[in-house]
Ligand binder design. Structure first.
Ligand SMILES: [Zn+2]
Ligand SMILES: [Zn+2]
Ligand SMILES: [Zn+2]
Length: 335
């Protein structure tokens, strides 16, 4: 089993793996070739090549539109106990959790060529159902949905898919957001994100799409060129509480945003992450305002710049594109 180790200096958790890189598929498989169709484990007809299916969006004719399967090379495994213990001054937890793959379409095509809003709704429903299920496992504190598209963004297989990793700790990037939202709430009794949305809607310079339930905008201090966040306009801490109407609206918007990025930037590699509230908090936090102070959101990061020494050393990001300019370009590119 892999280990989760905490670096006491930065507070960051690290997964120390034993065999991850060795078992990964090899070669240039993140770009599309005809001959992949024979060997792609995510294509219909090849279901036997994957571990046992966890969930599917089943169609009346027996086919599927979305399929969730365990990752064949999991970073964290479901069996075992967290085994929280110290090793001298260090903190250790066994690498338990879940690592699932959401196969987002039966079609073996590049991401930008396929999904429509309706299919994106089915995909978002899969995210919701799997997070709701894993939340029942009291050993786990957080479920992170993320997606890598293109080799530069870390994709290992070309067939469009996302991943879900549920873990026994809250990852640092989420913790930083939780802490800042809580501090702001203590000071003002308002949600930080709600205030940001109202400021952005008021100014309108960085918002480039708005629907009944959501807005998409280029954040004021975007780390990456064309970084885009999508957030519900009404306050909500948990993505899994989202109702069907709202999820359909989000599916349509997410599709439009990805198509906009594709048109504006010629189908760039990208990552996105879904930040929702943790499944549970450490027992230390009995009294929490998390449902009032945290606001779930999606962060989309096109991979157009490289991270180098200055960024590693400082935690700064260097962004050569003004977020206001990015919003302007994306506004034009959206249909
Ligand atoms: Zn495929
Ligand atoms: Zn809010
Ligand atoms: Zn976030």
């Amino acid at each position: 089993m892999n280990d989760l180790r905490k670096d006491p200096v930065s507070g960051r958790w690290v997964i120390i793996t034993r065999d991850y890189l060795l078992k990964r598929p090899e070669g240039e498989i993140q770009t599309f070739h005809e001959n992949q169709l024979k060997t792609c484990p995510f294509c219909p007809g090849h279901e036997a090549m994957t571990p046992n299916e966890i969930w599917r969006w089943a169609n009346p004719d027996g086919s599927w539109s979305v399929r969730v399967i365990p990752n064949k090379f999991p970073l964290l495994r479901i069996e075992g106990s967290p085994d929280r213990r110290g090793e001298g001054l260090f903190d250790h937890i066994a690498g338990i959790g879940a690592h699932e793959i959401i196969v987002e379409t039966p079609e073996h095509l590049p991401q930008y060529e396929l999904e429509d809003g309706e299919q994106m709704f089915r995909v978002l429903s899969a995210y919701k159902i799997r997070l709701q299920d894993l939340k029942n496992d009291i050993r786990l504190r957080y479920g992170l949905i993320f997606k890598n598209v293109g080799g530069e963004a870390g994709a290992q297989l070309a067939h469009p898919h996302a991943q879900l990793i549920a873990m026994p700790v809250i990852p640092m990037n989420v913790k930083v957001e939780l802490v800042n939202c809580k501090k702001y709430y203590e000071l003002k009794e308002r949600c930080l994100f709600c205030d940001i949305i109202s400021e952005e809607l008021d100014k309108g310079k960085r918002i480039f799409a708005e629907t009944e339930y959501y807005v998409a905008w280029a954040p004021y201090a975007s780390r990456f060129p064309f970084e885009t966040w999508i957030i519900p306009k009404d306050h909500s801490s948990c993505f899994t509480c989202t109702e069907e109407n709202s999820l359909k609206d989000l599916g349509a918007l997410l599709h439009r945003v990805l198509m906009g990025l594709s048109r504006a930037l010629e189908s760039p590699p990208f990552n996105y992450v879904l930040h929702t509230r943790p499944f549970s908090l450490s027992p230390r936090y009995k009294q929490t305002t998390i449902d009032e102070d945290f606001h779930w959101h999606i962060e989309i990061m096109p991979r157009l710049t490289k991270i180098a020494g200055f960024e590693w050393g400082s935690g700064f990001y260097i962004n050569p594109t003004q977020p206001e300019e990015a919003a302007h370009v994306l506004r034009e590119a959206m249909i």
